[in-house]
Design a protein around this ligand. Structure first.
Ligand code: ATP
Ligand code: MG
Length: 553
């Protein structure tokens, strides 16, 4: 019943402690876990978008610079000056020195004819009147082409600007090396999976892709997915992995700069961090569970032990209450019986005297009378012994305070019994400690206790045996142990042995008061007396006497 109560208490306590301590930890862990992932994904998108913007600005700047220098040359030189190849060569050199990346430079008149040219091909005399770009530049005033394969089978693109002079239009046209674009973009290819390239509206590579193809090959990308200035989308890349694509339109929305990267690669360090968080939380949870179980068990076990001690203490209290009540009652009864006994004894004495007279001497029942009177006296004597024992205890309930040498008291008691023991062939062994101090106590009462115990031991042994008497000091008590090799005690005897009138001796032999009186004396003194069986044989009685140092006179 109690066990079940403890178990349920333990379970409830463990469950409650675990819920209270683990709930915040787990909620925090779960929140961190999700917030962490969301925040990281957001940060990755922001980062790739920022990179795309920075690269797009760099390319825009590159194109604007080339266009600006071309415009500046067209603004500051006349058609006549430029169609002179020597002059054009000079201008071409200045342009390359200032900005670079120009492959060639040419002047085209309003009939579409290449009038002057500096560069690796002799394109002089070529006519562009049918080319769509020629018409566009004549109408719009400027033009930038997509990348295309030139005569040298080298990818390149052109920038052209138109000018009017004396109602005559002419065009300054330069070819640009797209490798320079790739050099700018290359810095955006980060890590193992990062790529960066330009495609035109049709998805044709304008610069080389790190993984997916050469210039002018077709990219596996629908450019219509990218709107506005910078768009970030997530889709599968060429390896089938999830990949973030950031796109930014530039060059009059003709080209799309694409930067892509697998987010897993960017997040891998963060994921490692999250794994560590999980490990720490798991270890924390295990630690809390183990500690909770351990401490709860500890507390419940302490509780169990305290409860047991309480039960034992209660039993002792009940026992001493019972003994005290019985004692009072018995002492009262004894007192009341004492006087009638004295009268009976006095009367039997008188009756004996009467029987001595002559009248009775001749009575045929004289013998019967005398025997009966003797029996009455014997039983009255027995009753007086009981009363004497009880009154002896009751009269001196409060112990005296005198200087007592416990070892000496033991010795004296043994001397009293020595003869009796020797007759029965019982050997009394004594082992008394030297360290026992003189205490303030009641010698006569202590002697009565030792006498009762030694008498009981001799009675229990009967004949042929031995008794060990040991005294020693234990902290603030003197301990006297009386061990015999008699028959020992049954469990029932151990339970009842200190009750008044409990005896196993034949009627007339024992009153059953010896141990009760001894117990009461020791309790009054603030000491104790208890009994247990010797594992080998016999019983061991232990008397504990408090050490009270006598006051100096
Ligand atoms: N050393 C012992 N070994 C075995 N039994 C014992 C021992 N001491 C006491 N007893 C048992 O305890 C009982 C009670 O002892 P207690 O001294 O109180 O009364 P008693 O010896 O029977 O009577 P009384 O002391 O008045 O002569 C004894 O009758 C005996 O059965
Ligand atoms: Mg006795």
């Amino acid at each position: 019943m109690k066990e079940r109560l403890y178990r349920s208490l333990q379970q409830k306590s463990i469950a409650l402690t675990l819920v209270v301590s683990l709930a915040p930890l787990l909620i925090l862990g779960a929140t961190l876990y999700h917030q962490f992932e969301n925040t990281c994904r957001e940060k990755t998108r922001e980062q790739i978008s920022y990179r795309a913007q920075a690269q797009a600005e760099a390319i825009d700047l590159f194109l604007k610079e080339r266009t600006a220098i071309l415009n500046a040359m067209a603004d500051t030189h006349t058609f006549q000056h430029m169609i002179d190849t020597q002059n054009l060569t000079r201008i071409f050199e200045v342009m390359n020195a200032r900005a670079g990346a120009f492959v060639d430079l040419g002047i085209i008149d309003n009939t579409g004819t290449h009038r002057a040219y500096v560069g690796p091909y002799d394109l002089r005399g070529r006519n562009y009147i049918d080319q769509p770009w020629f018409n566009e530049v004549m109408i719009k005033g400027h033009y930038k082409s997509d990348v295309y394969m030139g005569f040298r089978q080298q990818p390149h693109f052109i920038i052209a600007v138109r000018r009017h002079e004396n109602q005559q239009a002419w065009i300054l046209r330069a070819t640009i090396d797209p490798n320079r674009l790739e050099e700018i973009i290359r810095s955006a290819r980060i890590g193992r999976t990062g790529d960066a390239y330009l495609v035109n509206r049709q998805g044709v590579f304008q610069t080389r892709s790190r993984f997916e193809g050469a210039v002018l090959s077709k990219a596996n990308l629908d450019t219509r997915q990218f709107g506005g200035r910078i768009t970030v989308i997530e889709m599968k890349d060429h390896t089938g992995e999830d990949c973030l694509y950031a796109g930014s339109w530039l060059n009059d929305n003709k080209w799309l700069l694409v930067i892509n990267q697998q987010p897993l690669e960017l997040l891998s360090r963060l994921f490692a961090l999250r794994q560590m968080e999980m490990v720490i939380i798991t270890l924390g949870v295990l630690g809390i569970v183990a500690t909770t179980i351990f401490t709860t068990r500890l507390v419940i076990n302490r509780l169990k032990r305290t409860d047991l001690e309480m039960i034992e203490l209660n039993a002792q209290l009940v026992q001493s209450d019972k003994l005290a009540a019985l004692g009072k009652m018995a002492a009262g009864v004894a007192h009341e019986i004492n006087n009638p006994l004295a009268v009976i004894l006095q009367k039997t004495g008188w009756m004996e005297d009467l029987l001595e007279e002559e009248d009775f001497q001749n009575c045929e029942n004289l013998d019967e009378f005398q025997k009966s009177i003797a029996k009455i006296e014997e039983h009255v004597e027995r009753a007086r012994k009981v009363v004497h024992n009880m009154l002896g205890y009751a009269r001196r309930m409060e112990p005296r305070q005198e200087d007592v040498d416990v070892n000496d008291t033991i010795q004296q008691t043994i001397t009293l019994l020595e003869n009796h023991a020797r007759i029965n062939n019982i050997d009394i062994q004594i082992d008394l400690a030297d360290s026992i101090p003189i205490i303030a106590s009641d010698q006569a009462q202590l002697q009565q206790v030792f006498l009762n115990l030694l008498n009981n031991a001799i009675d229990a042994i009967g004949s042929n045996g031995s008794i060990d008497v040991v005294s020693l000091r234990e902290d603030d008590r003197i301990v006297v142990r009386i061990k015999d090799d008699g028959p020992g005690l049954s469990d029932e005897m151990i339970r009842k042995i200190f009750d008044p009138f409990y005896t196993t001796k034949e009627p007339g032999k024992g009153t059953g008061l010896g141990l009760w009186v001894s117990h009461s004396i020791m309790a009054k003194m603030g000491g104790n007396i208890h009994v247990k069986n010797n594992p080998d044989r016999g019983a061991i009685f232990t008397v504990e006497i408090p050490i009270v140092i006598p006051e100096k006179k």
